[in-house]
Design a protein around this ligand. Structure first.
Ligand SMILES: C[S@@+](CC[C@H](N)C(=O)[O-])C[C@H]1O[C@@H](n2cnc3c(N)ncnc32)[C@H](O)[C@@H]1O
Length: 205
């Protein structure tokens, strides 16, 4: 565990607490992210829990879609030396992502885009697409679902979404199990505290 009272550590990754001075400075200097990218979400720890048991190949090219503060991608960079692109519709998340990347000693590329803007050609540059808690509105379900279809067409080897089992995600998971032979795994964490949900995993090819 970290000796620094202003960070919490889980899965070998540090994250600032709300009292962290660097985070507080950033919050007072920056626009607040507006599409729910305003904090760390438990699903990023569900992603780490899944990846602890199913590690990625070293150096994998990873897209963290709807990255928010980016802790899932930071985990991949730290543990698998992954080349991570963190993508989000809301550029206001990127200063937080870069602060957390710096606190974890990794470099992450960020890219502002919506799920529906990623083309097959864009997605073909990645081995793995991950997304933690990115299907939280009914209106997002088609965009996430179509992005998955394009990622499969692009030859992305593995797609992993984690979620606390929100209804739009559950419907998406059912479709992916039916159409893409996805696995929907029940998953829970003990650190930094208990989170429960699903890891939806599509192996492509
Ligand atoms: C609930 S947060 C999860 C953030 C992060 N993955 C985590 O686990 O902490 C959802 C994220 O999706 C982003 N988002 C929402 N709609 C999006 C879209 N259409 N395209 C890309 N990102 C989007 C939001 O800006 C936000 O950062």
């Amino acid at each position: 565990m970290s000796q620094n009272p202003n960070v919490r550590e889980a899965y070998g990754i540090v994250a600032p607490t709300s009292r962290n001075p660097a985070l507080r400075r950033l919050k007072s200097a920056q626009n607040t992210p507006s599409i729910h990218g305003n904090k760390l979400w438990g699903a990023c720890y569900l992603m780490m829990e899944y990846l602890e048991h199913a590690p990625l190949p070293q150096g994998a090219r990873v897209l963290d879609a709807g990255c928010g503060w980016g802790l899932s991608g930071i985990y991949c960079a730290k543990h698998f030396d992954a080349q991570v692109t963190a993508m989000d519709a809301d550029p206001a998340v990127f200063p937080y992502l870069q602060l957390l990347a710096e606190q974890n000693g990794v470099a992450i590329t960020n890219h502002a885009a919506r799920f529906d803007e990623l083309t097959v050609d864009d997605l073909s540059k990645f081995d793995v697409v991950i997304g933690a808690d990115i299907c939280f509105w009914d209106a997002l379900a088609d965009d996430v679902s179509n992005m998955i279809d394009r990622a499969i067409e692009a030859g992305v080897s593995k797609i992993i979404l984690t979620d606390p089992q929100r209804p739009p995600f559950n419907a998406l998971a059912d479709r992916c199990v039916e159409e893409h032979f996805a696995e929907a795994l029940q998953i829970e964490t003990e650190q930094p505290r208990r989170f429960t949900g699903t890891a939806l995993v599509i192996e492509n090819g």
